[in-house]
Design a protein around this ligand. Structure first.
Ligand SMILES: C[S@@+](CC[C@H](N)C(=O)[O-])C[C@H]1O[C@@H](n2cnc3c(N)ncnc32)[C@H](O)[C@@H]1O
Length: 253
């Protein structure tokens, strides 16, 4: 059985080295210190309920503190504020109740979709997101129309579907990632940093080769079997599609 939260934690640990490098190479401590005396503000977009988000936030703060120390600014260490973002339906109570008691930051919950604006202009120093950007804002509409070439009958995903289905997902992802990046471009301060960790597929590989795609194929087959046994209706299977897209590095540039 695949243990998804542990897999995500392993992914978050692997990203620690990237966070360390980005902060060590790109954070301009002198500029931050001379231009503003406000807290160093970090947002985790798609944080869920923890604990992975707490580990990632601590990793970022450790790296920033290390950079301040190495640049001779140890006595000017900023305060830290962390914005935990997820959908309004996220269990923020569980998140707040399990916040590390000794945390070196002020914690704030920010409900809402990261596919829209979440923060004022120039208000964040660091944006982080882990295993969340694969979620689309919606299922592409063409998949639900019987008259469309992208009608996804008998499947719940694009991995082994006709090209038209995959293309509809690709277009939706392109729209969503553009909106996401445009929003963050406004919200980050000049010189702000961003680390995005998400499942991906190598450039040029077929969609059917992704592990995520394979899992959804199996799910689709199970639902079709359940429909054949009369446990659910065929209409329900045909109208259900998973709004998850696994992008290639090329699609992120
Ligand atoms: C797989 S979990 C990852 C949680 C955590 N970041 C981690 O690495 O363990 C994905 C999270 O992203 C959130 N999410 C998905 N789409 C979102 C959106 N448009 N806006 C905000 N959060 C979103 C989900 O609600 C879920 O909590």
């Amino acid at each position: 059985m695949i243990d998804i939260p542990s897999m995500q934690r392993a992914g978050a640990n692997a990203v620690k080295a990237i966070i360390d490098d980005v902060i060590s190479e790109k954070l301009d401590v002198e500029k931050k210190f001379s231009s503003s005396k406000t807290a160093f503000r970090i947002a985790d977009l798609g944080c869920s309920v923890g604990p992975n988000t707490f580990i990632a936030m601590q990793n970022i703060i450790d790296a920033v503190q290390q950079k301040y120390q190495s640049q001779g600014f140890a006595s000017h260490m900023p305060e830290f504020q962390v914005f935990f973002n997820d959908h309004t339906s996220n269990d923020f109570n569980t998140l707040f109740a399990s916040l590390p008691p000794e945390r070196p930051y002020f914690a704030t919950g920010v409900p809402g979709s990261f596919h829209g604006r979440l923060f004022p202009d120039f208000s964040l120093d660091f944006v982080h997101s882990s295993f969340a950007l694969q979620w689309l804002s919606k299922v592409p509409e063409e998949l639900l129309s019987k008259n469309s070439a992208a009608w996804n009958k008998g499947r719940v995903h694009y991995a082994s579907a006709p090209d038209e289905v995959a293309q509809a997902y690709t277009v939706q992802f392109a729209k969503d990632i553009t909106t996401f990046l445009e929003g963050r471009a406004k919200e980050l301060v000049v010189g702000g940093l961003m680390v995005l960790n998400m499942p991906g597929i190598p450039n040029g590989n077929p969609h059917s080769s992704s592990v995520t795609g394979l899992s959804f194929d199996i799910l689709g087959h199970c639902l079709v079997d359940m429909a054949k046994e009369g446990l659910i209706s065929e209409v329900q299977v045909d109208s259900f599609n998973v709004p998850i897209y696994v992008a290639s590095p090329k699609e992120m540039t």
